[in-house]
Design a protein around this ligand. Structure first.
Ligand code: ATP
Ligand code: MG
Length: 293
C-alpha cells in the first residue's frame, strides 16, 4: 500500500450555494495529519457548512473536497459511509438522541458497526471517565443533563469510535469559562491519544489559542468586495494576533462597532429625496415615532 500523504483534508477552490444564495466561493486550504485547525468567522459565514463539506454531508457546487486524497463527491453512498466512520463529529449543541439515555447514546455508533456488547460496555465506561463524567450518568436522559455535560457525552460518543479526524462545531459556546476550559483540555487530550487530526469551529479566542496549530478565517461572501479572497486569514494563532486586517482585528478583539455600523447601513431605509422634490413620499418607511425614515 502507498504511504499515506501528509494532507488529510484538502479544499480545492470549493464553492457552495443553496439555490441563488452563494455561501462559499473559491475556498482553498489543506489540513495536515495530526494538526488542529480552527475555523473562525462571524455567524452565518459558512463554518458549519464547511464542516459538513469535510464529512461529505454536503457536496460542493464547485471545486473539490478531498479526504485522504479522495474526492468525496466521486464516492458512492456505501464508500462515503465507510469514510465517515473515520470522522467523529461533535455537533453544535451536542445533538444527542433525546429518547436514548447516556449509555445508549454513546453505544449507538458502536452498535451500528457491530461492536460486541461487552466491548461496548468497556468503551462507554472508559470514554465517560475520559471526559470526566461519573459512571452513574449512564442511565440519565439528555434532558436531565447540563449543557456542559451534554457536550461531554457528545464528545464521549464521538471518541468511542476512535476516529482519525475529530470535528468540533462550537464546542464551548454557551458554557461558563471554567467548563469551556475543561472542554478545551478534553480536545487537547483527545488529540494526544491518537495522534488525531482535528477541526474546531469556534468564536472563542481562548479555544483558538489553546488548541489550534493553524487558523483560517472566513468572511461572509455577501459582504466581500468583488475579487477578494473569502479566506481572509490563514496562518498560526501567533500570526493571527499580529494580523493587521481590521476585519480580523475586530473578530479577535471582539469589537463590534464596525459591524453595528454596517448592520445599520444595511437596514437603513433609502434616503428621502432632496428638499423641493415633489415625488410621492408615502413609499418611504416611517420611523417608529411616526416621522419619515
Ligand atoms: N441546508 C441548507 N439550505 C439552505 N441554506 C443553508 C443550508 N445550510 C446552511 N445554509 C445557509 O448557509 C449560511 C451559512 O450557514 P452556516 O450554518 O455554515 O453558518 P455558521 O458560520 O456556522 O454560523 P453560526 O456561527 O451562527 O453557527 C447561512 O446563511 C445558512 O442559512
Ligand atoms: Mg455554525
Amino acid at each position: 500500500m502507498a504511504e499515506p500523504g501528509p494532507v488529510l483534508v484538502e479544499f480545492d477552490r470549493v464553492g457552495m450555494r443553496f439555490g441563488p444564495q452563494a455561501i462559499l466561493c473559491e475556498v482553498s486550504f489543506r489540513l495536515e495529519r495530526g494538526k488542529t485547525l480552527a475555523v473562525i468567522g462571524e455567524s452565518g459565514c459558512g463554518k458549519t457548512v464547511t464542516l459538513k463539506l469535510i464529512v461529505g454531508l454536503l457536496k460542493p457546487t464547485d471545486g473539490r473536497v478531498l479526504f485522504d486524497g479522495n474526492a468525496l463527491s466521486d464516492l458512492g453512498e456505501r464508500e462515503l459511509a465507510k469514510e465517515r466512520l473515520r470522522v467523529g463529529f461533535l455537533f453544535q449543541g451536542a445533538a444527542l438522541f433525546d429518547s436514548l439515555n447516556v449509555f445508549d447514546n454513546i453505544a449507538f455508533g458502536m452498535r451500528a458497526i457491530g461492536v460486541a456488547e461487552k466491548e461496548i460496555v468497556d468503551r462507554v465506561r472508559r470514554h465517560l471517565q475520559e471526559v470526566g463524567l461519573p459512571a452513574n450518568v449512564e442511565t440519565k436522559m439528555p434532558a436531565e443533563l447540563s449543557g456542559g455535560m451534554r457536550k461531554r457525552v457528545g464528545l464521549a460518543r464521538a471518541l468511542a469510535l476512535n476516529p482519525e479526524l475529530m470535528i468540533y462545531d462550537e464546542p464551548t459556546t454557551g458554557l461558563d469559562p471554567v467548563m469551556s476550559d475543561v472542554i478545551n483540555q478534553l480536545i487537547i487530550r483527545a488529540r494526544s491519544q491518537a495522534p488525531r487530526t482535528s477541526v474546531v469551529v469556534t468564536h472563542d479566542m481562548n479555544t483558538v489559542r489553546r488548541v489550534a496549530d493553524r487558523v483560517v478565517m472566513l468572511f461572509p461572501l455577501a459582504r466581500l468586495p468583488a475579487g477578494e479572497r473569502q479566506l481572509i486569514f490563514d496562518g498560526t494563532p501567533e500570526e493571527l494576533d499580529r494580523c493587521q486586517d481590521p476585519r480580523v482585528r475586530a473578530f479577535v478583539e471582539g469589537d463590534s462597532s464596525e459591524r453595528i455600523e454596517q448592520i445599520e447601513d444595511e437596514s437603513a431605509p433609502p434616503a428621502p429625496p432632496p428638499e423641493g422634490d415633489t415625488r410621492d413620499l408615502s413609499t418611504f418607511r416611517a420611523r417608529p415615532d411616526g416621522t419619515p425614515g
